[in-house]
Design a protein around this ligand. Sequence first.
Ligand code: AMP
Length: 397
Amino acid sequence: MKVLVINCGSSSLKFQLIDSDTEAVLAKGLCERIGIEGSQIVYTPAGSDKITTQTPMPDHNKAVSLVIEALTGPENGVISDLSEIGAVGHRVVHGGEAFSTSVIIDESVKAAIKDCADLAPLHNPANLIGIDACEKLMPGVPQVAVFDTAFHQTMPEKAYLYGLPYEYYEKYRVRRYGFHGTSHSFVSKRCADLMGKDIKDLKIIVCHLGNGASLSAVKNGECVDTSMGLTPLEGIIMGTRSGDIDPAIIQYIAAKENKTLDEMVDILNKKSGVLGLSGGFSSDFRDLEAGYNKGEANCIRAIETYCLRVAKYIGSYAAAMNGVDAICFTAGVGENGPMVRAKICDYLGFMGVELDAEANLVRGDEAVISSGSSKVTVYNLPTNEELAIARETVALV
Ligand code: AMP
């Protein structure tokens, strides 16, 4: 079956067409600046170069119709007819407590996604718009919602509750939800495959280190803790997000700098993290590593602070699971960052983690990067959220 995977943002739409039998990507692309001047579709059929077409895209309906045109086009199309698409899998950011698995989308599912919109105001409404557009243009084709939060719904109450008045959980469902669940699930399963063991017998820590970043503790195949919270702002230091801070800092800086709450949250989301720590130098680890190697203090500060935070989370998850068999590094920084991986693992000698310096030079490929004598196996393990969404979709339809 051919599955169209859609990841809709408020002004963008990423897509991949995947043949679920071979798991090959037939084509992929991105619609950018939807509803804004200067919109374009970037389309890459397998084995060919990118084709960029600038064209007006007033809304997501137009974007989806352009995706369909690209996929079925006479010159660069990869399918002859829309009817070849057997299902559509949508990445949906927040499923709240309503969804612990992926589901086939119907009216009640759409209503529940809408109900979670105040927990993810930038993402869930955009995800719904993408779903509506696909329903309109591909009537009768089953649509599946795959939630970023679903994998983490197995967390026990003691891991998901905050130390706040319990009434806020009862009234407003204020709790830790976690994100990147599709990636944490995919990587932990792949890790068990590579170890040749049943995931039910393993304790795995997944470090999804991308621009957004989160860790999860996966015990016996289930998530028992994760670092992102009610929103993706909590946890480790990220590209531009602060991760954990003393909440009193918000009031303190707001008073000093005459900022509103909204402005403060904006600073924590967009101007903090390694971008903020490096004095505004860069949120991109390629730039930071280059600066680090030249001895630039801004970059050294950002990378050292980042790595210590990740290492502390790994230590706490080893405690939460009373042990760890494997640590997996994934996503942009995790998959491509030998320096960051080495610095993080340097803190973990106490629990028997020992990297193989040469193996750790790998970028972007699956590899064991720990030494033969390491008590914990450390993997570089590329994530593939689109493939995970396609698999979930096929399983349901
Ligand atoms: P993601 O959110 O998973 O796409 O990760 C994006 C981030 O990965 C970028 O902002 C970079 O910081 C990082 N990244 C990508 N490629 C490299 C690389 N070759 N070396 C170091 N960091 C990288």
